[in-house]
Design a protein around this ligand. Structure first.
Ligand SMILES: Cc1ncc(COP(=O)(O)O)c(C=O)c1O
Length: 460
């Protein structure tokens, strides 16, 4: 008699559960080749299900070749199916640990927006309107450049708020800043070509360039950002990657003199500057410095993203390209993933045009400014000998603990607090061992204060 447990609460139907159990038993050899299976009537009785349910499962297994039938005799297990299934692949394990969040750990992870503040209602309204009003052609393939309404809305926004000179035809929608950087690396560099990057730079950014085939040359970064004096003079890099509005992670704003030097370098060497402007909306002191792209739209390629302002899950970013690169970028994007999701782009265009986007920025700016203030106060009240480095901007800050040479990650883990040491993001080692990156965008005030208490314990 064949019997196994079935669950009526599972998301899988009874038919699927029977199929799965029989497949597993066939693979494992518990049901061996040419072994006769019970009739559908017998199995239905044993499992307490209808005969139709078992028949449906048998039909599917027959179709897939797991079993065969002999007329007027019965149903049998096919030959040669004993097979060892891998238990928990390496990839599977990795994915589980990636999504796992340890609830009782306070994680000062950088660049994490407050996703619980996503404007669900405004977004849902605009998305529904756009979807219902969309012409049929919207549901087919579109151009690789992206939706024209969104490109026009971005051009207008960038012109007003970032000083970027761009006609909508130069704006290219991508699947986040990540894809923009990946496409650009493949567009501008061949396998093995050198690209210059600010040092420190996140592991993620580094990997984007490396995966696209480039070789990295680190350029030292100080309290004013990347120093152009350190750029190579004898051979040209394919591009120079910089985050001048708020260097990540050190938070420097690059002064205009260095920006001019960088543009002059790009002109002299006939190369490009890639300007990542990923969180420039959130400046809490003074006024935002205009984007470098405004100095030279032929040499500076500007990259922006909606991941920090709205949500990383939207996967919408963009680049502002010199005209001569637009067509080539179109080819790269088309053969990578055709284009980014059209409805999301149309909804975003409507969201910007109706004013909801800038309203959301204002709200988030207040929230992050408040969180930053709480963090700064907690640090100053708790630690005697430290500096807070970088501009009051973005969603993270860096603390330099002057009274210690390095920070022991093990001590942080033991006290249930997590934060990355700047040294981990450094290509040239030895300069940032006593500096911690503290992201506060996603943490509420209580968590921030508790996190600092734990840091204190960890660093005692
Ligand atoms: C420096 C920097 N630029 C850009 C991004 C945004 O990437 P994306 O737009 O692909 O989400 C990130 C993400 O954390 C980042 O750290």
């Amino acid at each position: 008699m064949l019997w196994f447990a079935l669950s009526r609460n599972e998301r899988k139907t009874l038919v699927m559960q029977i199929e799965e159990e029989l497949r597993n038993r066939i693979f494992s050899g518990q049901l061996s080749a040419d072994e006769q299976l019970p009739s559908s009537r017998e199995l239905a009785k044993s499992l307490g299900v209808s005969r139709n349910t078992v028949n449906e499962a048998y039909e599917q297994l027959l179709l897939e070749g797991y079993i065969y039938r002999i007329a007027r005799s019965g149903t049998y297990v096919s030959k040669g199916l004993s097979f060892q299934k891998e238990q928990g692949s390496i990839l599977g394990e990795k994915m589980v640990t990636n999504v796992e969040t340890k609830k009782d750990v306070i994680d000062f992870k950088a660049s994490q927006p407050a996703i619980d503040y996503f404007p669900k209602h405004a977004w849902a309204n605009v998305y529904k309107q756009v979807c219902l009003a969309a012409d049929d052609h919207v549901f087919g393939y579109q151009t690789a450049y992206g939706n024209m309404d969104l490109r026009a809305a971005i051009a207008n926004y960038l012109g007003r708020l970032r000083g970027v000179n761009a006609d909508p035809n130069q704006i290219f929608i991508t699947t986040g800043a990540t894809q923009a950087l990946s496409l650009l690396t493949r567009l501008l560099a061949s396998e093995g070509d050198v690209v210059c990057v600010e040092d420190p730079v996140t592991e993620e950014m580094r990997r984007i360039f490396l995966e696209a085939g480039a070789v990295l040359q680190p350029i030292h970064t100080d309290e004013h950002g990347m120093d152009p004096a350190n750029l190579p003079q004898s051979s040209k890099p394919r591009f120079v990657f910089t985050i001048p509005s708020h260097q990540f992670p050190l938070g420097a704003i690059m002064p205009v003199k260095r920006r001019i030097q960088l543009v002059e370098y790009a002109r002299k060497m006939n190369t490009y500057i890639i300007e990542d402007d990923y969180d420039s909306e959130f400046i809490y002191e003074g006024t935002p410095v205009q984007a470098m792209q405004s100095l030279d739209g032929e040499r500076v390629i500007y990259i922006g993203t909606f991941s920090k302002i709205l949500s990383p899950s939207l996967r919408i970013g963009y680049m502002v390209l010199p005209y001569h690169l637009v067509k080539r970028a179109e080819q790269q994007k088309w053969f990578t993933d055709r284009h980014s999701s059209s409805l999301e782009q149309m909804a975003l265009a409507a969201f910007i045009n109706e004013g909801s986007f800038e309203k959301h920025i204002r709200k988030m700016k207040k929230l992050y400014a408040r969180r930053r203030k709480v963090l700064v106060e907690a640090i100053n009240d708790t630690f005697r000998s430290c500096d807070i480095i970088g501009q009051a901007a973005g969603m993270h800050l860096v603390v330099r603990f002057k009274d210690r040479d390095e920070i022991n990650q093990k001590n942080l883990a033991e006290n249930k607090v997590k934060a990355v040491v700047v040294e981990d993001f450094s290509l040239r080692k030895g300069f940032h061992k006593n500096e911690l990156i503290l992201g506060y965008g996603h943490l509420n005030e209580m968590e921030i204060k508790e996190g600092v208490i734990r840091l204190k314990k960890a660093l005692q």
